[in-house]
Design a protein around this ligand. Sequence first.
Ligand SMILES: [Zn+2]
Length: 216
Amino acid sequence: MVAKRFRCVECNKDANELHRDYSNGILKITICGSCQKPVDKYIEYDPVIILIDAILCKTQAFRHILFNTTLNIHWKLCVFCLLCEAYLRWSQLQGSEQSNDPADIIRYTKEWDFYGMFGLAALELGAFSVGVLSFLWLVQWLLGFDFELSLLLKALLLSSYGKVLLIPAVIWEHDYSPLCFSLIKLFVLTSNSQAIRGTLNNSSISVAILPLVNHI
Ligand SMILES: [Zn+2]
């Protein structure tokens, strides 16, 4: 059986284990041979602390989630985020078509509009993901560094979790809603950048291409 490869959350180097279990019940966190820091300090942390660090866009937290856990909810999370975005667009569409005619109330039952918005959001996410991955593949081809496309896609999808904030922003609508939507988009882009940075092996390359990724 092939041992699962982990990654050091600090320097992104491969590691064979996160901790060593001694026979007398004592656990000892493995120290990274490259940076001399614990391979994954988060194995001792409460999930709430890990979530807070992920919200703070720390690359170490993204590396822990992506490489050192068995969390495999990125596709479900992706569908949920698309539903949130579709709901935002659908609510804005309904708002723009508002009329005093009582007969127009039936517009709110037009669920096909919602499905259309869902399809549009999915297309945009697909185009964004293909654009980012194509760009990184081109950089890989030019500069000759390695990365896994599937891991990058997982990082992109997981780090888009901020889109769930669109739902409360729509429900508690107020004068500052457009500003909230812009801030949520900025937060999602920042999370995407940090997750990609945490996934790439070469930190200097990731720092160089991050501003470009943000503009795709
Ligand atoms: Zn290390």
